[in-house]
Design a binder for this molecule. Structure first.
Ligand code: NAD
Length: 349
């Protein structure tokens, strides 16, 4: 256990079993150097506890890097609930989880993630103040989409396109869920041409009808000849073989952990395709929940989300001029922010 924590530099791992509700949950806190650790809570089926621990550790680390690059005073944390075969009472389960979060006294703030809903966040909120994404708070997905849209414009600028209007720009979107749908809407409203894919036929039909999009098979959308491939579904889709099949100039989408393995960033770079690092371009939702939790106004939040385009532009220019994959530059930039704060002796939370 400690070997895994040392490798990922994760500070703490908390486990909770609640006999009454059957809750089995893990909270991983990567670090709190920049502030309390904010990150979602997912409830999914895991093959075993080890897999759940690894997921929590990997995701918590990603949140630290995301917050650091987004210049937010937050650390990185993530919670996973091992989904029981049958949930007796969902509200009671999440209330028990809320008490678990509360016991950490604010070191960890929870949010929505895979499998959780605003109703679940409301149940958590009945037990703790350290929660976001409640039904009064709003859905972060449109803000994640706005950040991806800003990032796409920054990539296009680097490729010499004008960006006041996206006429003539062809985007292939994989996954039309909460974020993919909102991104499709923004692109359509700015005159981009869309090719889309989703394994869910209803979501696919909605985008075809509303945004005049063309459908592509879910397993071939990454091969579409287009300007931008935008992964907004699953993670780990950029394997070496998938990267070889890309037929675009830019990869820019919301999915977390897009690279199948860290060194896959090198393969994209070698193919001379601009890659927008996932945890930078998809930080709009985090910016929304973090700033809203502090009571910021919507205009200020949107202004903050514009920073994604600026940071991405700087990062990609550095990647091109130094001939280093953008994924590596992103890790360096995040680590600079994270660990220089340690040197300046900022008190940990
Ligand atoms: P979602 O579950 O609403 O949507 C995902 C969509 O992808 C679904 O419509 C699903 O049917 C589709 N999909 C799944 N497998 C597919 C496949 N093989 N081919 C094509 N489509 C497939 O999730 P979301 O909230 O829209 O998030 C999308 C991605 O962005 C996820 O990776 C998520 O972790 C990441 N992300 C989301 C947010 C947010 O604010 N929601 C923030 C940061 C990152």
């Amino acid at each position: 256990m400690f070997k895994r924590m040392t490798t990922a530099k994760v500070n703490d791992l908390h486990f909770k079993y609640d006999e009454k509700t059957g809750l089995k949950a893990i909270i991983a806190i990567h670090n709190t150097l920049l502030g309390p650790a904010l990150g979602g809570c997912r409830i999914i089926e895991y093959q075993n506890t080890d897999q759940a621990i690894d997921d929590a550790i990997r995701l918590a680390k990603g949140m630290s890097y995301k917050a650091a690059l987004a210049n937010l005073p937050l650390g990185g944390g993530k919670a996973v609930i091992l989904k029981p075969i049958k949930i007796k009472d969902r509200a009671l389960l999440f209330e028990a989880f809320g008490r678990f979060v509360n016991e950490l006294g604010g070191r960890y703030i929870t949010a929505m993630d895979a499998g959780t809903t605003t109703e679940d966040m409301d149940a958590i909120a009945s037990q703790t103040q350290y929660v976001t994404c409640t039904s009064t708070g709003g859905n972060p997905a449109p803000y994640t989409a706005l950040g991806v849209f800003n990032g796409i414009k920054a990539c296009l600028k680097l490729k010499g396109h004008q960006t006041t209007n996206l006429k003539g720009v062809h985007v292939a979107i994989q996954g039309l869920g909460n974020v993919g749908y909102e991104l499709a809407r923004l692109l359509y409203e700015n005159d981009a041409r869309l090719t889309v894919a989703d394994i869910d036929k209803t979501k696919l039909a909605r985008c075809i009808n509303e945004f005049n999009a063309t459908a592509a098979p879910a397993d071939a959308i990454h091969k579409v000849n287009c300007d931008i491939f935008s992964p907004c579904g699953l993670g780990s889709i950029l394997s070496k073989s998938a990267i070889n099949e890309l037929n675009c100039q830019i990869v820019a989408g919301s999915a977390n952990n897009q690279l199948a393995l860290p060194h896959c960033g090198e393969f994209i770079h070698q193919r001379n395709i601009l890659y927008a690092p996932d945890y930078l371009i998809n930080a709009g939702g985090l910016m929304f929940v973090a700033l809203q939790h502090k009571g910021a106004k919507l205009d200020a939040i949107k202004k903050k989300i514009e920073e994604i385009g600026t940071t991405l532009h700087t990062l990609l220019k550095r990647s091109l001029s130094q001939n280093i994959p953008s994924s590596e530059i992103a890790d360096h930039m995040a680590e600079e922010v994270l660990y220089s704060s340690q040197q300046s002796n900022r008190p940990a939370v």
